[in-house]
Design a protein around this ligand. Structure first.
Ligand code: GLU
Ligand code: MG
Length: 466
């Protein structure tokens, strides 16, 4: 990407870029006066999926835009319990990074009066993009596809579970039937406030509804470019968390929040586009897939075991990723098949050129959404380049297949997924040695952290972290 073309999209911070950003920051800060904003929160998501921040007063936004705000790179190696590991490319007390707010994405936070938000791009002190900046890696994956004439539209579906009061135990905030009107009635003021606050940040909400488990809800938003989709995932979650807090509730986006029953997914909807056309519709392939749409999906499907180390990154992820939970535990695809890892969603006849997309069901809310996008785009791109073909679609519950019809289960542990990632050349090349190594260090650190723990212990220790 060319320097200075897209705010936040540059790979190096030269003098011209800094002065351009300073000017954008100065104007943005002026605009925040009338909106009574005192401070701007700058977020980034760490390797383990936790959103971490620095914040600046409005008066400091111009400086932060140009020069960034300091933050230790050691957080790349931070685990879910906040302890910091040491790897070849991460950890240790020495060094600094600069968080540059991407002011193209600046919004006033409706749920946190007096605060605005912008996602960070992380640069080093010499002005180069930090090799482990997940947002930068997602941008790069978008740029690689663009160089071949493709673009992607994506959205994260967000499921979350709501508990009553400040306690650490999970006390469901609603107990009516799954998807029941009772569940909306039980928490109608809360859900209205979530809807209003998310909408007020400029996000286009498609749906909001009760999910299957007691206290569980879901919000889905309009598709956007991959980096924006990841930004939106962060913004929606933090907005929900803040609204929940105001209502005396606690929100959990953890893959599992109780040991029994269904968990929280963060399914990724994704479609490939070329020259304004959706490659997931209007073709000669199965269910109207085009050749390139199929290649892209096949690239993702074949690399799902490795992608799980990114999209299902917690030890708790594997308590969720089991058959009969609609979590996508099988390495297969199928039209509207909610037990397949890749559910092909066409939408209704007449609208498919807009709506057709693949839903990656196996991913969950512990994933760093930028890394998830970077990985999925790289896998899809490889499938395009290889002109890969999808296997036969599965039109039954894959858990019920026998004999030679059986499809493989996805990794059933984090360690298994990490091994798949380590041996995947495509993902290693796309994410780079430093990022892959750090992912593996953090994942193995968390595997060791929970070694010998019961499901109950694992779930209760991560419940309020994501
Ligand atoms: N909550 C389920 C999961 O863990 C998904 C339910 C659905 O299909 O929306 O992914
Ligand atoms: Mg759902």
């Amino acid at each position: 990407m060319g320097g200075g073309v897209v705010q936040g999209g540059v790979d190096s911070m030269d003098a011209g870029e800094r002065s351009r950003r300073a000017e954008v920051g100065r104007r943005a800060a002026e605009g925040l006066v009338a909106r009574r904003v005192s401070g701007v929160v700058i977020t980034w998501v760490d390797t383990g999926g936790i959103t971490r921040i620095k914040a600046v007063p409005r008066s400091r936004l111009e400086h932060a835009a140009a020069w960034g705000v300091g933050m230790s790179p050691s957080f790349d190696a931070c685990m879910v319990d906040d302890s910091i590991l040491k790897g070849r490319f991460c950890g240790g007390p020495v060094g600094d990074l600069r968080l540059h707010p991407d002011l193209d994405k600046l919004v006033v936070l409706a749920a946190l009066p007096g605060w605005a938000w912008a996602p960070a791009d992380r640069f080093d002190l010499e002005g180069g993009r930090h090799p482990q900046d997940a947002r930068g890696l997602a941008r790069r994956a978008v740029a690689r596809l663009a160089a071949d004439g493709y673009s992607v539209r994506a959205a994260f579906e967000i499921e979350w579970s709501v508990s009553v009061g400040p306690g650490d135990d999970f006390v469901p905030a609603s107990t009516g039937p799954a998807y029941g009107m009772t569940r909306l009635m039980e928490r109608s003021d809360y859900l209205r406030d979530v809807l209003d606050a998310v909408t007020a940040t400029g996000i286009s909400v498609d749906q909001i509804h009760p999910e299957y488990a007691a206290g569980q809800y879901e919000i889905s938003v309009a598709a956007a470019d991959p980096v924006s989709a990841a930004d939106t995932a962060v913004l929606v979650r933090e907005t929900i968390r803040a609204v929940s807090h105001r209502h005396g509730l606690r929100a959990s986006f953890s893959p599992m929040f109780v040991t029994e029953g269904i968990g929280n997914g963060a399914h990724v909807h994704i479609s490939l586009w070329r020259d304004g056309h959706n490659m997931m519709a209007g073709g000669d392939g199965p269910y109207g897939l085009t050749r390139s749409g199929e290649g892209f999906a096949a690239g993702i499907l074949s690399r799902l075991p490795a992608l799980l180390a990114i999209g299902a990154p917690s030890v708790a992820s594997y308590l969720r990723l089991v058959p009969f939970h609609w979590a996508g535990a099988f390495a297969c695809w199928g039209w509207e098949n909610r037990e397949a890892a890749l559910r092909f969603v066409t939408g209704a006849a007449g609208g498919r050129a807009q709506t057709a997309n693949f839903e990656i069901k196996s991913f969950d809310g512990a994933a760093n959404p930028y890394l998830a996008m970077a990985g999925v785009l790289a896998a899809g791109h490889a499938g395009l380049v290889e002109n890969a073909a999808l296997p036969k679609p599965v039109d039954v519950n894959p858990a019920k297949l026998n004999g030679e019809d059986c499809v493989a289960a996805l990794p059933s542990s984090l360690e298994e997924a990490v091994q798949a990632l380590e041996s995947d050349d495509v993902l290693s090349a796309a994410l780079g040695e430093a990022m892959i190594d750090t992912i593996c260090v953090v994942r193995r650190g968390e595997v060791a952290l929970f070694d010998g723990c019961s499901a109950e212990e694992i779930v209760s220790r991560v419940r309020w972290k994501y």
